[in-house]
Design a protein around this ligand. Structure first.
Ligand code: SF4
Ligand code: SF4
Length: 165
């Protein structure tokens, strides 16, 4: 069975606020579909759990490369082959959904870890700020703000829930 990791997205955000220049290692997972390629688990998690899923999403309208769209579940999807890393979407998002360092490490291979590779997965956990990414045998625990991103990654974060739900 594949090893599962728990990424404390809320903790990582606090670490970044405390040290905005911090270089956070990025764990990548393959994604399929229209935006086929390797995406960071932070990006996948932020768009799924933190994004307010604005009806008239300003991030989509401002993108000069048509790189953002909503998928069938209303989750923002960034097409890697179209994105030019201009960060206009980061600037215009009224909720600070995307961390400003999202696009920072594009060419720094030392900070990339392919989470499909067991050794790189271990190195990724070691390289992250202490306590923010750990191996786990546990499952989803909504009462602890822990949610499943996929069958290999759990995320701890505070979900945005619309008031009318
Ligand atoms: S960084 Fe620029 S090109 Fe990439 S998704 Fe955001 S607005 Fe679009
Ligand atoms: S503007 Fe921000 S909160 Fe709204 S859909 Fe885009 S990323 Fe999500």
């Amino acid at each position: 069975m594949e090893r599962r990791i728990l990424i404390d997205l809320a903790g990582l955000r606090l670490a970044l606020i405390a040290d905005p220049g911090m270089k956070i290692p990025e764990g990548f997972l393959p994604v399929s579909g229209k935006s086929e390629g390797m995406k960071t688990i932070r990006e996948l998690a932020v768009f799924r759990f933190t994004c307010r899923k604005c009806e008239d999403a300003p991030c989509i309208s401002v993108c000069p490369a048509d790189a953002l769209e909503k998928d069938g579940e209303g989750i923002i999807d960034r097409h890697l082959n179209l994105c030019i890393s201009c960060k206009s979407c980061v600037t215009i998002c009224p909720f600070g959904t995307m961390m400003t360092d999202f696009f920072r490490h594009h060419r720094n291979r030392d900070l990339f870890f392919d989470l499909d590779d067991p050794r790189e997965l271990e190195l990724f956990v070691e390289a992250c700020p202490p306590g923010t990414v750990t191996f786990t045998n546990s499952g989803e625990a909504p009462e602890k703000n822990i949610f499943s991103l996929n069958d290999r990654v759990l995320v701890r974060d505070y979900l945005y829930t619309p008031a009318n739900k």
